[in-house]
Design a protein around this ligand. Structure first.
Ligand code: COA
Length: 192
């Protein structure tokens, strides 16, 4: 076989037909968390524990600790949602939990939102946050507080701002991780 005949028969399919590169749509469904999702959630969270300062935890979260959060959310009817791929893999999650245990704080919650690294930067954070806020409103909650690291969490601060969270405080040098001091930005949103 001549070289040019060989080349003709072995061009990539897209190039042969002049097709655009294959683009896989980013598909997901947002639903209530199920107990079977907890191992995936733990893996997502522990990635940020080990590799970032967006959480001030330094030891991996255990399944037992996560089960306790899940049970508390179920018992208190607080929103805890996941975004899952068509194949059933958890891409990210968001939940709210009581801001403080004392009774008068009962309408105020703190939020938490984490996406797997491959699912960031594609708008999923906005979709999960919108759903979390809507469900929190329906649950009768009135205030959501976010406590965000003041370094390395720019996407989170931007996301919260987009949903009307306002900065209400900044605490400097309250955390120490990876050999450096960190502060927290406090943000708050009213659901009224
Ligand atoms: C924070 C997080 C939930 C945001 O979700 P996301 O899907 O990645 O963000 P989105 O694609 O919806 O983008 C939200 C906004 O943040 C902006 N943004 C994203 N990355 C950014 C960065 N590194 N710096 C500044 N802004 C950034 C986006 O441009 C977008 O704003 P725009 O609409 O004006 O362009 C996600 O990135 C994440 O899970 N990060 C790691 C865990 C974390 O930080 N959790 C929060 C702890 S408080």
């Amino acid at each position: 076989m001549l070289e040019e005949e060989y080349q003709k028969g072995h061009r990539p399919v897209g190039a042969q037909r002049n097709l655009p590169p294959l683009q896989v749509p980013f598909a997901y469904e947002i639903r209530d968390v199920a107990e079977a999702d907890l191992p995936d959630i733990r893996e997502i969270y522990n990635h940020y524990v080990a590799n970032s300062t967006v959480t001030f935890d330094e030891s991996p979260m255990t399944l037992r600790q996560l089960r306790a959060k899940f049970a508390q959310a179920q018992k208190s009817h607080l929103p805890f949602i996941v975004a899952v791929s068509p194949g059933g893999h958890v891409l990210g999650y968001a939940y709210v939990f009581p801001w403080k245990a004392k009774a008068a704080y009962r309408f105020t919650v703190e939020n938490s939102i984490y996406l797997g690294p491959a699912a960031t930067g594609k708008g999923l954070g906005k979709a999960l946050m919108a759903e979390l806020i809507e469900r929190s409103r329906k649950a009768g909650l009135k205030e959501i507080v976010a406590v965000i690291a003041d370094r390395g969490a720019e996407a989170s601060i931007r996301l919260h701002e987009q949903f009307g969270f306002r900065e209400i405080g900044h605490m400097g040098r309250v955390g120490f991780k990876f050999d450096r001091w960190l502060g927290t930005v406090l943000m708050q949103k009213s659901l009224k």
